[in-house]
Design a protein around this ligand. Structure first.
Ligand code: ZN
Length: 46
């Protein structure tokens, strides 16, 4: 079984994070966006 991972990346600085679930990816993206006002996206890695 392959674990699903989510790669969270900021478009406006070097912030990035690898998360194990969509929930934690969303949380990480929201946290950075709230702290910095940056645009953060995440993509699922298969
Ligand atoms: Zn940023």
């Amino acid at each position: 079984m392959t674990p699903t991972e989510y790669h969270v990346v900021c478009r406006q600085c070097t912030f990035e994070s690898l998360e194990r679930s969509e929930d934690s990816a969303t949380t990480a993206a929201d946290r950075h966006r709230n702290e910095t006002g940056h645009k953060v996206v995440f993509a699922r890695l298969v």
